[in-house]
Design a protein around this ligand. Structure first.
Ligand code: NDP
Ligand code: BG6
Length: 490
C-alpha cells in the first residue's frame, strides 16, 4: 500500500466533462492503491443544484461501479456537493464553512487542494476570492491546480499569472500539462541521465536532428468552438510540444528535484531562438484538413465557420543557440485527422564520417544513420537502429533494431496522467507541472509565429484526412536535405 495523503479537494467545475471522465476515476485509482484512504474529502461545485446524494450518484456513474461495490461506495462516501457560482463572492463563505466542517470530520489537518476545472476566464476570479474569503487560511498546505489553456498569448498568460500570484505562491500553483504525466515522457529523463551511452552522445557533435511528432487521427469532435479559437499552435505546440522539447534539450539537473529540473528546462527555453518575421515564415508551416472519402472538411464541421483560417496542423523547425545544440535542429509536427494516433520522438544521429563498407564490388547499400526512437503512445518503448553485418558469406551491412516495449500487462497497470498528477500535487511535487517561467518562454516563442500567421491569408484546406499533413511539412525538412523519419508508406 502507498503512503496515505491527507487533503480536502474542492473541485470548481466539479460536474464538468473533465471531472467525471478523468479526475474522479483517477482519484478512485489513488484510493485503491492507498494514497487516499480515510483522511480525504471532496467538495464538488458548480451552479447546478445537486444534493450530496445526487452528486454521489453521478460520481458512481463516472466510475462505472455498482452500489454493491463496497470499496467504491466507501470512496464515494467522501464526496460532498455545494451549488456555487464562482462569480458570487458572498457564497465563498458557505464553502469555507463546509470546508472547515469536513476538515474536522475527516481530520484533514487543514490541507486543501483547489482544482480549477472550468473555463479559463474564471481562473483569476476564483483564486482571488479563495484568498479574500479566507478559504486559504486553514493551518495546512494550500495548493491550486490550474487546467489548460494558460492564456492565449504571453500578455494574457502574464495577466492571469499576476492575478494568481496575488493569492498563491509559485510553489503552490500546479499548472497542468497532462503530457508531463505520461509514463514515457517521464522516461526521457531516465534514458538521458541514466545512461552514459546516451548522454555522452546527446549533443550537436553526434545528433543530426531530433523529430517530435504528436499525431492525432480524430478531428475536433465536439470541441470545435474552443478549437477554432485556439488552433494547433496554441493547443498543442505552446504547451505539450514545448515541454517535450525542453526535456530533450535541457542540461543535466543538479538533482532530481522539481526546482533543479525546472531551472534546466527554463535555461533550455531561454536559448531557443525566437524568430523574426522572415524566419518564422520559413521555419513554420500550417495546415487545415479538407474533405476525405467519408470525412467532412474542417470548415464543414459543426460549429466551425465556413471561412475559418484556423490551423489544424503545424510543423516547424526549432533552433537552440547554445553550445550543446547549435546547428542541430529540432523538427516538430502535430495535427488533427492525420494517418494515425501516436506520439513519438526520433533522435537521428549523424552517419559515420567514412563508410568503409561501401566499395563498388560488394554493391553494399550505404550505411544508415543510427536512430533512437522513443515511442510515447499508444505503444510505449524504445527502438535503437544500428548497422550490422548480414548473416553469411561476404560483407554486406544492414540496419537492425534493438527494441524494448512495455508489455501489455505493465501497460495496463500504468497510471493515467491525471492519477499521477493528482498524486504529485498531494505530495507537493511540481516536477511534472509547468512553471510560470517555462510557460512564459514558450508563449514568447509561439507568439512570434502567431503574429506572422495572423498577417497572412493561408491557402486552406491543404491536406487530406489520413495523410501526414500538407506537402509543405515535407518541404520544410527536405530543404535541409533531411526527411521525416516516420513517413507513410516507407
Ligand atoms: P465543461 O464545460 O464540461 O465543465 C465546466 C464546468 O464548470 C461545469 O461543471 C459547469 O457547471 C461549471 N461552471 C461553468 N460556469 C460556472 C460558474 N459561473 N460557476 C461555477 N461553475 C461553473 O468543461 P470541461 O470539464 O471540459 O473543462 C474544464 C477545464 O478543463 C477547462 O479549462 C478545459 O479547457 C480543461 N480541459 C478539459 C479537457 C477535457 O477533456 N474535457 C482536456 C484538457 C483541458 P455549471 O454550468 O452547472 O455551473
Ligand atoms: C489536449 C488538446 O491538450 O491534448 C486536444 O486540447 C488533444 O486537442 C489532446 O486532442 C491530446 O492528448 P492525448 O493525451 O490524447 O495525446
Amino acid at each position: 500500500m502507498a503512503t496515505e495523503r491527507t487533503s480536502l479537494f474542492i473541485f470548481f467545475g466539479g460536474t464538468g466533462d473533465l471531472a467525471y471522465r478523468k479526475l474522479y476515476p483517477s482519484m478512485f485509482n489513488l484510493y485503491k492503491k492507498g494514497t487516499l484512504r480515510e483522511h480525504f474529502a471532496v467538495i464538488g461545485t458548480s451552479r447546478n443544484k445537486l444534493t450530496d446524494q445526487g452528486f454521489q450518484d453521478e460520481v458512481r456513474k463516472s466510475l462505472g461501479t455498482a452500489k454493491s461495490d463496497k470499496e467504491a461506495e466507501k470512496f464515494i462516501s467522501h464526496f460532498f456537493y455545494e451549488a456555487h457560482d464562482v462569480t458570487d463572492k458572498e457564497h465563498y463563505s458557505v464553502l469555507r464553512d463546509r470546508a472547515d466542517e469536513l476538515d474536522k470530520q475527516f481530520k484533514l489537518q487543514g490541507n486543501r487542494i483547489f482544482y480549477l476545472s472550468l473555463a479559463p476566464s474564471f481562473f483569476g476570479t476564483v483564486a482571488g476570492y479563495l484568498k479574500e474569503t479566507g478559504l486559504t487560511d486553514s493551518k495546512g498546505t494550500d495548493r491550486l491546480i490550474i487546467e489548460k489553456p494558460f492564456g492565449r498569448d504571453f500578455d494574457s498568460a502574464k495577466q492571469l499569472n499576476d492575478a494568481l500570484s496575488k493569492s498563491f505562491e509559485e510553489n503552490q500553483i500546479f499548472r497542468i500539462d497532462h503530457y508531463l504525466g505520461k509514463e514515457m515522457i517521464q522516461n526521457i529523463e531516465a534514458v538521458r541521465f541514466g545512461n552514459t551511452l546516451v548522454e555522452s552522445l546527446w549533443n550537436n557533435r553526434y545528433i543530426d536532428n531530433i523529430q517530435v511528432t504528436l499525431s492525432e487521427k480524430l478531428g475536433v469532435e465536439e470541441r470545435a468552438s474552443y478549437y477554432d479559437n485556439s488552433g494547433a499552435l496554441r493547443d498543442m505546440v505552446q504547451n505539450h510540444i514545448m515541454q517535450i522539447v525542453s526535456l530533450l534539450a535541457m542540461e543535466q539537473p543538479v538533482s532530481f528535484t522539481d526546482v533543479d529540473i525546472r531551472a534546466e528546462k527554463v535555461k533550455a527555453l531561454r536559448s531557443l531562438r525566437v524568430y523574426n518575421v522572415a524566419d518564422a515564415s520559413t521555419n513554420f508551416v500550417r495546415g487545415q484538413y479538407g474533405a476525405g472519402d467519408s470525412q467532412r472538411a474542417y470548415r464543414d464541421e459543426d460549429n466551425v465557420p465556413h471561412d475559418s483560417t484556423n490551423e489544424t496542423f503545424v510543423a516547424g523547425k526549432l533552433l537552440f543557440d547554445n553550445y550543446r545544440w547549435s546547428g542541430t535542429p529540432f523538427y516538430i509536427r502535430t495535427g488533427k485527422m492525420l494517418a494515425d494516433k501516436f506520439t513519438r520522438v526520433d533522435v537521428v544521429f549523424k552517419k559515420p564520417l567514412i563508410d568503409i563498407f561501401s566499395f563498388p564490388q560488394n554493391h553494399n547499400a550505404p550505411l544508415e544513420a543510427n536512430v533512437l526512437t522513443m515511442f510515447i503512445e499508444p505503444k510505449a518503448g524504445f527502438s535503437l537502429r544500428l548497422n550490422a553485418k548480414t548473416n553469411g558469406q561476404g560483407f554486406q551491412t544492414m540496419p537492425i533494431n534493438l527494441d524494448y516495449f512495455v508489455d501489455d500487462k505493465d501497460s495496463k497497470d500504468t497510471p493515467e496522467p491525471y492519477e499521477r498528477l493528482l498524486h504529485d500535487t498531494l505530495k507537493g511535487d511540481g516536477t511534472n507541472f509547468a512553471s510560470w517561467s517555462e510557460v512564459s518562454y514558450a508563449w514568447r516563442f509561439v507568439d512570434q509565429i502567431r503574429k506572422v500567421w495572423d498577417l497572412q491569408q493561408p491557402e486552406f484546406p491543404n491536406y487530406t484526412p489520413g495523410s501526414m499533413g500538407p506537402a509543405a511539412a515535407d518541404e520544410l525538412i527536405q530543404r535541409d536535405h533531411r526527411q521525416w523519419f516516420y513517413r507513410l508508406n516507407k
